[in-house]
Design a protein around this ligand. Structure first.
Ligand SMILES: Nc1ncnc2c1ncn2[C@@H]1O[C@H](COP(=O)(O)OP(=O)(O)OP(=O)(O)O)[C@@H](O)[C@H]1O
Ligand SMILES: Nc1nc2c(ncn2[C@@H]2O[C@H](COP(=O)(O)O)[C@@H](O)[C@H]2O)c(=O)[nH]1
Length: 185
């Protein structure tokens, strides 16, 4: 049972919402804060939701080996700062990465013991409804995210566990059972 947990799934499936509830129930779990070149959405706070940086600053971090993994997604760069993850693992804490497919593949290669969970939507129609009702992305961003969703869903079999986020409470319970049942083995 690795200390590293990866949560992947198409944009808008509910990963962030599920993780916020999970962390409220289990404050011992740590959620990695990613770096991104995406502009903050209304209400997003630098250093809490993401570290928002310029493309040149991101590229410097890549060149300096400061990112554990990184990827381009829907026109923006996203990456996991290495230092915080390594410190938490060294201190015996469990850390969760909420990342897209290319990043999950990099982590799988470098951390084969990481537990990889994939969150599926009940349908593509419902996924589109969720992205639109979140009302935080431009029409162009929505189109790119929905196109990418098909590729990501097609790769769900690569993951250790797939969970459908239809009924929110049930999906949250399944994540919780997966994390804590596995830890007890
Ligand atoms: N089980 C559910 N049923 C209905 N709506 C849901 C469910 N889970 C999450 N949502 C809603 O779907 C929307 C998208 O959720 P969220 O932002 O958490 O997705 P995400 O996977 O983190 O997206 P991204 O990867 O783009 O950050 C939110 O408005 C959220 O409230
Ligand atoms: N490979 C990585 N993907 C990441 C990281 N942080 C977030 N993400 C994923 O990007 C998309 C889009 O996120 P959004 O906040 O713009 O909606 C989503 O799938 C996230 O899970 C990261 O550090 N590395």
């Amino acid at each position: 049972m690795g200390a590293l947990i990866v949560l992947t799934g198409p944009s808008g499936v509910g990963k962030g919402t599920l993780l916020r509830s999970l962390i409220q129930r289990h404050s011992e779990l740590y959620l990695s804060i990613s770096v991104t070149t995406r502009s903050p959405r209304p209400g997003e706070v630098d250093g809490k939701n993401y570290y928002f940086v310029s493309r040149s600053a991101f590229e410097r971090m890549v060149a300096n080996g400061e990112l554990l993994e990184w990827a381009e997604f829907a026109g923006n760069l996203y990456g996991t700062p290495r230092q915080a993850v390594e410190e938490h693992i060294r201190d015996g804490r469990r850390i969760i990465l909420e990342i897209e497919l290319q990043g999950a593949r990099q982590i799988r290669k470098n951390f084969p013991d990481a537990l990889q969970i994939f969150i599926l939507p009940p349908s593509l129609l419902e996924l589109e409804y969720r992205i639109r009702s979140r009302a935080q992305d431009s029409e162009e961003a929505i189109t790119r995210r929905l196109q990418r969703a098909r590729t990501e869903i097609a790769a769900a079999d690569e993951f250790d566990i797939c969970i459908v986020n239809d009924d929110f409470a049930k999906a949250l319970d399944r994540i919780e059972t997966t994390l804590f049942a596995a830890a007890a083995c």
